[in-house]
Design a binder for this molecule. Structure first.
Ligand code: PLP
Length: 400
């Protein structure tokens, strides 16, 4: 089948890479030990701090996000260490499996994949741990498999209330540069990020933002590591270089992405995503379908997970939407396979792209014979035709 026009890549990452970033990467690769690279290295290493809202070090690995999960563990912990994690969904479950494979003893707070981290339960478990055996609390900020965003500041407060010294590690892979995330203010020790979502880049870069406490832990941690070693990386980064061949062209892209985010201003980026999410949820309600997340305070602004009515297969619907309208939607992962679909609305995205996406979903639902109450598009237009909220406008003014 011949396809014309742009494919709609509306999975919750990788996201659409803007032309400006594609053009910025379309240059000859340079000597990664020369002066031009040094200027690039310095600019991106410095610029990343703003996105993580930290004044500390941010380490950039040529890897997928999974690599940065591993780096967070092997740089800070010891074999046999006990850690507390929370079952928010598929990605939290994968991170737990990795932690176990690396020899950690994981206490996994059970979850229903429709709620975020239960901060009270975290506090209770830490308070019970009088011997302070837990070495880390590890959670996913935005669970990409469910569209649930956990309140990281609440988890921080829970750790503090329990008076526990555990390290705090947070995965922000599908929230960074789309949902407000504050490494320093929320007292996070290691933040894990990836390039292919809010940063609008192709896959291939992963990040660890580090606190002083995490760095101190890395000096005494006894886990085997080599490629992921922060100390080697930081030594080279001090002069703008990397200890091995970096992903030079992706770093060109990162430089452009950071400039774009700075031009827009992070508060405006967050407000834009909040508006898309609000309009998408209005469309879902218009169709008469059910959102997977159960707590409105935890609705994700970067993606929306939608439950299929009983007797309808979400994967069949996604296949029909792809075939008919060239739109890729997110699949249900793990135990949600076939039961939900996910609409990604993050990254380089605007109102009309959202309307195109929602039209693709509605056409696909009709093609799959899924009963819908009414057009969700009208409900989304209602939201998008409202002026941005006063608060967002104020933030925009303050930022301009
Ligand atoms: C929340 C979250 N964590 C971790 C990962 C794994 O990242 P990667 O697939 O880049 O290794 C993903 C991927 O989508 C994710 O969404």
């Amino acid at each position: 089948m011949t396809r014309r026009g742009r494919h709609f890549l509306q999975i919750p990452g990788p996201t659409n890479v803007p032309d400006r970033i594609l053009r910025a990467m379309d240059f000859p690769t340079i000597d990664h030990r020369g002066p031009d690279f040094q200027a690039l290295g310095r600019e991106v290493l410095e610029g990343c701090r703003t996105v993580f809202q930290t004044t500390g070090h941010v380490v950039i690995f040529p890897s997928s996000g999974t690599g940065a999960w591993e780096a967070a563990i092997v740089n800070t912990l010891n074999p046999g260490d006990r850690v507390l994690m929370a079952e928010t969904g598929h990605f939290a479950t994968l991170w737990r499996a990795m932690a176990q494979r690396l020899g950690l003893e994981v206490d996994f707070l059970a979850g229903d994949w429709r709620h975020g981290v239960d901060a009270e339960e975290v506090e209770r478990r830490l308070a019970e741990d009088r011997a302070q055996r837990f070495r880390a609390v590890m959670v996913v900020h935005n669970e990409t498999s469910t569209g649930v965003t956990s309140r990281i500041s609440g988890v921080r407060r829970a750790i503090d209330r329990a008076g526990h010294p555990a390290l705090f590690m947070v995965d922000t892979i599908s929230s960074l540069a789309s949902i407000d995330y504050r490494h320093d203010e929320w007292g996070v020790d290691v933040t894990v990020g990836g390039s292919q979502k809010g940063l609008m880049l192709p896959p291939g870069l992963a990040f660890n933002a580090l606190s002083d406490k995490a760095l101190a832990a890395s000096r005494s941690s006894r886990m085997s590591r080599s490629y992921w070693d922060w100390q080697e990386m930081l030594k080279a980064n001090a002069t703008g270089f990397f200890p091995y061949t970096p992903a030079t062209n992706l770093l060109y892209g990162l430089r452009e992405a950071l400039r774009m985010l700075q031009e827009e201003g992070l508060p405006n980026v967050f407000a834009r995503h909040a508006r898309f999410a609000h309009a998408t949820r209005a469309a879902v309600r218009g169709w008469g379908l059910e959102l997977l997340p159960l707590d409105p305070a935890e609705y994700s602004n970067s993606l929306t997970a939608v439950l299929m009515p009983e007797g309808h297969d979400a994967d069949r619907f996604r296949t029909l939407a792809l075939r008919g309208w060239d739109i890729s939607l997110g699949a249900g992962l793990g135990k949600l396979q076939g039961r939900i679909f996910r609409i990604g609305h993050l990254g380089d995205f605007n109102d009309l792209m959202l309307m195109g996406t929602l039209a693709g979903v509605e056409l696909g639902l009709r093609a799959a014979g899924v009963p819908i109450q009414a057009s969700g598009l009208a409900a989304a237009i209602e939201v998008l035709s409202q002026p941005p909220t006063a608060a967002a406008a104020e933030r925009r003014a303050a930022n301009s």
